[in-house]
Design a protein. Structure first.
Length: 403
């Protein structure tokens, strides 16, 4: 019988190592999970920061993605903003070396530059404080024109404020819009003598005809002497009436026959329908390539003007529901008849506004700024982040910014 050889058990030798390896694998997986969580946290912070500073682009970028066209999402943003100004206000006393302008009509215009420093933590669509204005520098007429000529390769955007703003507030609104749009263009604020008071509507209304001649002269100078790549006029509230009156004068001026505006943009226009029909329809058709009007059914200022002054503004849209027949909307039939194939109506009634006044100051709302961005980049309404009211076979141009 063979002798049985006793062999020592090797169990401990082989079972200890796998347990140790298993623990190491678990630790490695835990480290990987923690690293992934940290990476997600960092990406979340980066995304939040991007949305704060570049959020006005995101919706339209998604829209362009659906169209198969995407520009880089990250855009270099300049926080040093410079805008030109033309104002018919009386000049006030100097303040810290800067020019100031009052709420009184001068009867003549002053020219200059406004330099602003936009806070880097500013959220798109929020207002800029007066501390952002760093320099208000007057220029003589020839220097002003020469400076614009040096930038003639770029589009020129002329901003006309509505009723009430002071010189500083009008400049801040212009700079805010320019900063949010972040377009490669020359920005010029035509600052007419508004009262600076919320109770000054009648005074501002009476001022409009006096300031009209100065806007006429500015547009002629821009067209004849500066000759920018293209001219875009954007106006708000009573400023739209000022534009209409200026175009009325230019239409009958034989020396302005070559003037052509690439786009006219009316934001919450305070222009009476009947007056528009009688005096301004032909002018817009002759002097402007494209007209875009932002309208709203819940604009409190225009509703108040209708109640107190009986102004049936073109900026007031019909209040309608999803089952309303577009052919029954009188305001749309009105526009369709007046300017066929030349005008887009963009209804801003359906998204919530940030505050009571914002229902009139729609140019401060991010959905409107986003749409303006693509409009100024020559994207037609059909390719912007808009909904068309009616089916695609309907030739009408009534669009809605979705809620």
């Amino acid at each position: 019988m063979p002798k049985r050889v006793h062999r020592p058990a090797m169990t401990l030798c082989f079972t200890g190592a796998p347990r140790k390896n298993k623990d190491q694998v678990v630790r490695k997986k835990a480290v990987v999970v923690l690293l992934l969580l940290a990476l997600c946290y960092i990406l979340g912070l980066v995304t939040a920061s991007y949305l704060i500073h570049h959020g006005t682009r995101l919706g339209s970028a998604v829209t362009r993605l659906l169209h198969g066209k995407v520009d880089p999402l990250i855009v270099r943003r300049d926080f040093n903003q410079t805008i030109y100004y033309v104002t018919d206000r009386k000049e006030g006393p100097r303040s810290n070396g800067n020019a100031t302008y009052l709420g009184d009509y001068a009867g003549q215009v002053s020219y200059g530059l406004i330099k602003l420093q936009i806070p880097e933590d500013r959220v798109a669509g929020t207002e800029i404080s007066e501390d952002a204005i760093k320099k208000v520098e007057p220029l003589d007429h020839d220097t002003f024109v020469k400076s614009l000529q040096d930038r003639a390769a770029k589009p020129l955007v002329v901003w006309i404020h509505g009723y009430r703003p002071s010189f500083d507030l009008g400049a801040l609104h212009c700079a805010q819009l320019a900063h949010d749009l972040n377009i490669d263009a020359t920005i010029l604020s035509f600052d007419w003598t508004s009262s600076g008071s919320s109770l000054g509507y009648t005074r501002d209304l009476l001022q409009i005809p006096h300031s009209t001649k100065h806007l006429v002269n500015l547009l002629k100078t821009v067209s004849d002497d500066v000759k920018p790549q293209r001219i875009i006029v954007a106006a708000h509230s009573l400023g739209c009436r000022l534009v209409c009156l200026a175009l009325h004068k230019l239409y009958s001026d034989p020396n302005a026959k070559n003037l052509k505006l690439d786009q006219v943009i009316f934001l919450a226009p305070n222009v009476d329908r009947e007056e528009f029909d009688e005096d301004f329809k032909s002018e817009l058709e002759s002097l402007v390539n494209r007209v875009t009007i932002y309208v709203s059914s819940d604009d409190n200022v225009l509703l108040l003007a209708k109640l107190l002054y009986n102004v049936d503004s073109i900026g007031l849209a019909e209040h309608f529901s999803a089952d309303t027949n577009l052919d029954e909307i009188q305001s749309f039939l009105y526009y369709k008849k007046q300017l066929p194939d030349k005008i887009d109506l963009v209804d801003v009634s359906f998204f919530s506004k940030n505050d009571f006044l914002r229902k009139h100051r729609v140019f401060l709302e991010r959905p409107v700024v986003e749409d303006l961005f693509w409009l100024l980049h020559d994207y037609p309404a059909a390719k912007r982040h808009l909904l068309k009211y009616g089916d695609n076979k309907d030739p009408s141009n009534y669009w809605v910014i979705p809620p």
